[in-house]
Ligand binder design. Structure first.
Ligand code: GLC
Length: 442
C-alpha cells in the first residue's frame, strides 16, 4: 500500500522519496536498524518511530516492526532496549558483554515506552486490519507497563526510574551528571569504543561518562539482571521526567485499547496507574527551576538545569495552569535563543553544548512528541512553530541523527531512520499533522 504522493515541484517530494528509501535500506527483514554503521541492531523506541514512518507507506510492515521488537521481551515483562539478532563485531557493547540469557540476545535495560501509543496510532489507521494484531500485542504491552510500574519505582514513589543513562534514551544528558559522578569507575574492564569510528568524538559522550556506563553494565550483569535489586540498591537510579511522561501517555493509549478490546481487568489496573499521575508530577516539579526535572532517587536532588523532556508533561496528559505558564515561558525562551529548537538542554545553562549529543542538540523525535502534547493541550501556535522549524531543519541538512540548534547543521549519524520516519509521519509538508484519534467505542 504505497502512500499516494501527488507529483509536485515542492522540495519535500524528493525528501519524501529519500526518507522512504532510508527506511527500506535499513529494513533487515522485519526489523529496522537506526543506522547501519553506528547502530546495527534493533533499538526499542527507534523501532516504534520507524513503525510510525512505515505506517505512511506500508501498514503491514509497520505492525511487523512492533511485533519483532516484542521478540526481545523478557519473561518479567521488560521489552529490552536493544535486540541483537546478528553478530555485528563492529558494535560495542554487543551481546557477549550484556549476557542477557535471552533468545534472541538483548541488552539488559529498557527504553522509553512509546510502543502503546504507536500501536494505537497503527490501529486507528485501519481498525479491521489491525484488530487481530492488536489482540496479540495487548498482553505484551500491559506486561511491559506493569514492569515499569513495579520494577522501576522505589519505596512508595511513582516516578519512573532509569537505572542507566542509556535506559532514558538520552545517554549523556546533564540530567544524569551528578548521579553518574557518584558511580565509581575504578576497575572497569578495559574496552574499545566503536562509536568513535563513525562519529567525531566531540559529538559523543566523553570517556569519563563511558567508563561509568560500562561500570553500570558490569553491575547489572553481576546481579544476573535482577531488576528489583538494580532499582532498589544499584549505583544509579534517577527519576526521569522523559520516561515518566511517555509512560503516562502510553498508559492512556493502552487504556483506550483495553476499552476497545473489552478487557475490564486491564482497564482497572491501568486506571490505578493513572490515578497517581498528579502525585508523580508533584515529585518531579522543581520550584527552583520552575519546571519538571530529573531527580536522583538516592539523594532526592533535582538536576541542575531544564531538559526538553520537561515539555512532555502535555504529552503525558498533565494540565496545571500555574505550572503550564512557567513551562511555556521556558519553551518560548528555549526556542527564541536558538534558530533550530527545541534544544535538548537549556541553551542558557553553562552545561549547554550545541553538538554534544543530548547536552544541547535538537532531536526530531522529541520535537514530534512535544508537539503532540501541545496539540492535545490546544497550544496550536507553539505546535505549528515547532513543526515548521523541524521541517526547515531537515530540508536544510537532511536526515541526520540530530541537529545543532544554533545553525541547524546535521550531526551524529547520517541517513538516520528515526529522522526519516518522523519526516514521513509528521514533519513533511505533505502530511496532515493532526494526531487526534476518534473516541474508542467498545
Ligand atoms: C543512542 C540514543 C538513543 C537511541 C540509540 C539508537 O543511544 O541516545 O536514544 O535509541 O542511540 O538510535
Amino acid at each position: 500500500m504505497e502512500k499516494v504522493i501527488a507529483q509536485s515541484a515542492r522540495p519535500s517530494f524528493d525528501l519524501d522519496k529519500r526518507a522512504i528509501s532510508i527506511l527500506r535500506e535499513n529494513d533487515w527483514g522485519g526489523y529496522t536498524l537506526p543506522s547501519k554503521g553506528l547502530y546495527p541492531y534493533q533499538w526499542n523506541w527507534d523501532s516504534m518511530f520507524v513503525a510510525l514512518g512505515f505506517s505512511e507507506i506500508d501498514l503491514d510492515r509497520a505492525w511487523t516492526e512492533v511485533e519483532s521488537l516484542f521478540e526481545g521481551q523478557w519473561g518479567n515483562g521488560m521489552a529490552a532496549h536493544i535486540v541483537f539478532r546478528r553478530d555485528m563485531p563492529g558494535y560495542f557493547p554487543g551481546p557477549r558483554i550484556w549476557e542477557s540469557g535471552h533468545n534472541p540476545p538483548t541488552s539488559g535495560l529498557s527504553q522509553p515506552p512509546v510502543a502503546a501509543t504507536i500501536v494505537r496510532d497503527l490501529f486507528e489507521k485501519d481498525r479491521s486490519f489491525g484488530r487481530e494484531r492488536l489482540r496479540e500485542l495487548f498482553p505484551k504491552l500491559i506486561k511491559w507497563h506493569r514492569w515499569f510500574h513495579t520494577m522501576r519505582v522505589i519505596s512508595g514513589g511513582t516516578a519512573i526510574a532509569v537505572t542507566h543513562p542509556w535506559e532514558s534514551g538520552r545517554d549523556n544528558s546533564p540530567d544524569w551528571d551528578a548521579a553518574l559522578a557518584a558511580v565509581d569507575p575504578t576497575g572497569v574492564t578495559p574496552y574499545t569504543r566503536r562509536d568513535l569510528g563513525h562519529v567525531d568524538a566531540a559529538m559523543r559522550p566523553t570517556k569519563d561518562d563511558y567508563d561509568r556506563y560500562m561500570k553500570l553494565v558490569e553491575y547489572g550483569r553481576s546481579t544476573g539482571w535482577d531488576h528489583t535489586q538494580i532499582t532498589r540498591e544499584g549505583p544509579f537510579a534517577v527519576a526521569d521526567p522523559g520516561i515518566t511522561f511517555i509512560l503516562m501517555r502510553a498508559d492512556r493509549d493502552l487504556k483506550a485499547l483495553a476499552q476497545y478490546l473489552g478487557h475490564r481487568d486491564s482497564l482497572y489496573e491501568i486506571e490505578g496507574w493513572l490515578k497517581t499521575a498528579y502525585d508523580t508530577a508533584d515529585y518531579l516539579w522543581s520550584d527552583e527551576l520552575g519546571a519538571f526535572a530529573a531527580r536522583n532517587l538516592r539523594t532526592g536532588d533535582f538536576a541542575q538545569g531544564i531538559s526538553s523532556v520537561a515539555f512532555l508533561s502535555f504529552y503525558g496528559g498533565l494540565l496545571h495552569p500555574q505550572r503550564d505558564v512557567q513551562l511555556l515561558g521556558h519553551l518560548h525562551r528555549f526556542l527564541d535563543k536558538v534558530s533550530y529548537g527545541i534544544p535538548s538542554f537549556d541553551p542558557e545553562h553553562p552545561h549547554f553544548e550545541p553538538r554534544r549529543y543530548w547536552r544541547g542538540p535538537t532531536w526530531a523525535i522529541i520535537n514530534y512528541l512535544v508537539t503532540r502534547g501541545l496539540l492535545d493541550a490546544g497550544l496550536f501556535e507553539e505546535a505549528e512553530r515547532i513543526r515548521q522549524i523541524t521541517c526547515k531543519m531537515i530540508q536544510k541538512s537532511g536526515f541526520y541523527e540530530y541537529f545543532d540548534p544554533l545553525d541547524g547543521t546535521g550531526a551524529g549519524g547520517g541517513d538516520f531512520t528515526w529522522t526519516a520516519a518522523i519526516w514521513l509521519a509528521w514533519a513533511s509538508p505533505m502530511v496532515d499533522a493532526s494526531p487526534e484519534h476518534p473516541p474508542i467505542h467498545g
